[in-house]
Design a protein around this ligand. Structure first.
Ligand SMILES: [Mg+2]
Length: 360
């Protein structure tokens, strides 16, 4: 099996409204679509596709750098053998040194093509696990508190009952927003994500306010800075609400450090953060062994990126906190397949690969 052809194109899909978190703001996806044709020894070919998704400054790269990195790798990868996972890993490690986002997009396309050639759903090809259905939360980006509450009400009416509330930019606005959201959707459950925006003191103050507003909190994601494991550990020790590490865990080594520091009881897996599906799978399996809870999410990604991550979750047999909602934030959908959705429930399909294709 070898890579026969690679095609790259910008993937810029406008959002319904700007996506604002503690560290950044975007109005359209800033990704690259990677299309890879893999041929087997008998001359049979399959096209696989992947999304290299930037979310600056959460990712160091933006769309132009991704296009350049991927284009530079094309001569090296074209014609290369991809017969085993070890071979794929060595090949991509060499082509994308320190370029996790580009690597993830390329790896997704290659693995998708391999699974399609094998005639298996991607999750089954990865670990033998069948596709399943997952219930996602819905993210409320940082906006005017009244607007965040109105968004929550609208999504609640569409069948979402778990919300990931972005906080960490201006604490008084966060508390005001949480209070109004609690009034707007009193029966909902919540996950907070500060995107590394708080000190431990601020994080604990927000948790106090949530208790006051009687919010049902499921977890608190990355309350403190990526390297502030002391702060994260303080929050973890001071509350029953599970703390989930996101920015703090890019690699297996990061995961071990976070566990050692007792800085979190869960980890958020994302394809472009870890550099691909195989790395996300390895980190997820290790986190399970260590007794951590699993969240799975993405950057601001289309149906393509969400489906790829969904297959990793299926391969892992499920996750505690599913955050695969960003395709719902887009004003259009250039893709079809992957999953069907009914409200917050995504049902991944029993078809070869991840099953996503460009709409024609
Ligand atoms: Mg996060």
């Amino acid at each position: 099996m070898h890579i026969a052809r690679i095609e790259l194109s910008p993937l810029s899909v406008p959002l319904v409204e700007p996506f604002v978190i503690a560290t950044g703001r975007i109005e359209a996806t800033r990704a690259v679509l990677v299309q890879v044709t893999v041929a087997d020894g008998a001359g049979k070919e399959a096209l696989g596709i992947g999304e290299a998704a930037a979310l600056p400054p959460v990712t160091a790269e933006d769309q132009p750098e991704l296009l350049a990195q991927l284009a530079a790798a094309v001569p090296l990868l074209t014609g290369a053998s991809v017969a085993t996972r070890a071979e794929i890993t060595t090949l991509l490690d060499g082509a994308f040194l320190g370029q996790a986002v580009a690597r993830a997009g390329m790896e997704c396309a290659v693995l998708d093509a391999c699974a399609r050639l094998a005639g298996l759903p991607l999750c089954t090809w990865l670990t033998g696990a069948p596709p399943r259905s997952l219930v996602t939360d819905m993210t409320l980006p940082i906006a005017a508190p009244t607007h965040m509450a109105a968004l929550a009400r609208g999504y609640r009416d569409r069948g979402f009952d778990v919300f990931k509330v972005k906080v960490g930019k201006a604490i008084d606005d966060d508390i005001r927003a949480l209070t109004l959201i609690a009034e707007a959707v009193p029966d909902a459950r919540f996950r907070l994500d500060a995107n590394a925006g708080f000190t431990a003191e601020q994080a604990l103050r927000v948790l106090d306010a949530c208790r006051g507003a009687q919010l049902q909190l499921e977890c608190f994601e990355q309350p403190c800075g990526r390297d502030d494991l002391t702060g994260m550990a303080r929050v973890t020790a001071a509350t029953d609400v599970p703390v989930v590490a996101d920015e703090s865990v890019r690699s297996l080594a990061d995961l071990e450090r976070v566990v050692e520091a007792r800085a979190a009881s869960g980890v958020n897996l994302k394809l472009v953060k870890h550099g691909g599906l195989l790395a996300a799978l390895r980190i997820g399996m290790r986190a399970r062994e260590l007794g951590l809870s699993l969240m799975c999410g993405g950057m601001v990604e289309t149906r393509l990126g969400m489906s790829a991550m969904g297959h990793v979750v299926c391969a892992l047999g499920g996750a505690d906190f599913v955050d695969l909602d960003t395709a719902f934030l887009l004003a259009s959908d250039p893709f079809a397949g992957g999953y069907t959705s009914a409200g917050a429930r995504l049902t991944f399909q029993d078809v070869p690969g991840h099953g996503v294709a460009l709409r024609t």
